[in-house]
Design a protein around this ligand. Structure first.
Ligand code: PLP
Length: 463
């Protein structure tokens, strides 16, 4: 029997309204932040001064007892909500039984069980196999290695605006912000980038009238990359986020992903769907690829797969797993406690949370679109399920709204250049979503006013 305090969990998880009783940060939060500043790596990109202490469902308390609605879910990770009792019990039971044994070197029953579950839910026909990791970036690394190893080709194609992680291979694919790559070069050779569904591509002249992307196509890949940089038969894989995550929560048209799938088929290139952020129910289906009715050759999972325990996965068609004994492994990847959390998470996600994500996601998107009619700063609302982006006129406005939301007890986070992302836990209910909408409307009003003041101040300084 686990130690989750079900009564405690229920009363916090049911709350619909934030309670902010101190300045933010409060005195205890301030002490943590000051101590942290002395000892942690200055590279950590802290967004604002939130110091979490205890969570339940879509609600989270900070160390000063302030109560927040969490539309971040630990950055799209806590899929089943904070401290879901079924997940906590699964973790506790497994921890009491066996904390670790390396599945790379021995046979761990729960590792194979997790791989079998992933094979069941993988959006591909035919037999698949899985390799488990500790994180999203390691799943990306595994895909890069497998694609090169299996095809014997060197080039990997990814997209401007995409985020695939921060280790050397994955950061070489990442092209959402130059900061992730700055001064770390040379990065992995053989990585080429193309425009993502007509975005970030004004330099190749694909913009439609009014600056909107025209029907996105693959001209850049065909006319620039294949003609001038690399022959298609040298390309091992295309790695793509079926919904752009950190790059701004962009949903591409199906036609673009279909063209990409066809391009891969035409040249024997592997289609790798990086669903580290969009997978495991986040978009209202188990995988975002299901919305587009397209099959990848390799699919990557992380973040929400184990509700916050470190776990990632690379799932590939069996025929691709031609790498031999000892060519890849990991001491901790597929750790038994993470697998226990993963299995409990998949039970919950498949057992109703995707449906909830779809229903509450539609409610939120509709509410935000209605708000956009009253609030001119909102330029676009887009998303699938509970992966929702609100486009604002500038990074300054987005940041000011993010902070104004925080002060009101609503946690959201900027993505891309000027998008606020909303990625609440998949357990969020409509009352909490409605409260979030109301708080976001107030935050927009304050954020727009505050950033107008900032711009005026800056132009006075420049003058
Ligand atoms: N791929 C995508 C699409 C992501 O969003 C992320 C993280 O945000 C990663 C890979 C890297 O995952 P991790 O931070 O677990 O290494």
């Amino acid at each position: 029997m686990g130690v989750s305090k079900a009564g405690d969990y229920e009363s916090l998880a049911r709350q619909t309204e934030p309670v902010i009783a101190t300045d933010l940060p409060g005195p205890k939060g301030r002490a943590v932040i000051d101590a942290d500043a002395e000892v942690t790596s200055p590279s950590l990109p802290r967004a604002y001064s939130f110091v979490p202490d205890r969570g339940a469902g879509a609600v989270i308390k900070d160390v000063d007892g302030n109560v927040f609605l969490d539309f971040n879910a630990g950055i799209a990770v806590c899929s089943t909500g904070h401290a879901h009792p079924a997940v906590v019990d699964a973790i506790t039971d497994q921890a009491n039984k066996l904390l670790h044994y390396s599945a790379s070197d021995f046979y761990l029953p729960i590792y194979a069980e997790m791989c079998a579950r992933l094979a069941d839910i993988a959006p591909m026909d035919g037999q698949v196999r899985a390799f488990l990791t500790n994180s999203g970036t390691e799943a990306v690394e595994a895909a890069i290695k497998l694609a090169r190893h299996h095809t014997g080709r060197q080039y990997i194609l990814s997209f401007f605006g995409s985020f695939h992680g921060r280790s050397y291979g994955s950061v070489s694919l990442t092209a959402s912000k130059a900061n992730y790559r700055a001064d770390f070069g040379p990065l992995l050779p053989g990585v080429l980038h193309a425009p993502y569904a007509g975005r970030f591509d004004s330099f190749v002249g694909l913009d439609g009238p009014g600056g909107e992307p025209a029907e996105p196509d693959l001209d850049y890949i065909n006319d620039v990359i294949f003609k001038r940089l690399a022959k298609p038969h040298e390309v091992a894989a295309v790695v793509v986020e079926p919904v752009l995550g950190e790059g701004g929560y962009v949903v591409p048209p199906r036609s673009w992903l279909l063209k990409l799938r066809n391009l891969c088929d035409a040249h024997g290139i592997l289609f790798v769907a990086d669903e580290v952020q969009s997978g495991i129910g986040r978009t209202g289906r188990m995988w975002a690829m299901e919305h587009f009715d397209l099959e990848p050759d390799i699919i990557l999972a992380g973040k929400g797969i184990a509700s916050g325990m470190p776990l990632g996965a690379m799932v590939a068609r069996s025929g691709l797993m031609t790498w031999s004994l000892g060519t890849h492994g990991s001491t901790y990847g597929g750790n038994p406690v993470s697998c226990a959390a993963g299995l409990a998470t998949l039970d919950l996600v498949a057992g109703g949370l995707t449906a909830n994500a779809l229903a509450v996601g539609e409610f939120l998107i509709e509410g935000l679109k209605t708000l956009a009619q009253r609030e001119p700063a909102i330029q676009e609302v887009r998303g699938l399920g509970l992966m929702i982006g609100v486009e604002l006129p500038s990074p300054q406005v987005a940041d000011a709204i993010e902070i104004a939301a925080f002060k009101r007890g609503l946690l959201v986070l900027r993505a891309g250049d000027s998008t606020i992302r909303m990625a609440p836990p998949l357990v969020i209910n409509k009352e909490q979503a409605a409260a979030g909408l109301r708080l976001f409307e107030d935050a927009c009003a304050e954020g727009v006013a505050a950033s107008a003041g900032l711009v005026a101040e800056q132009s006075m300084i420049r003058a």
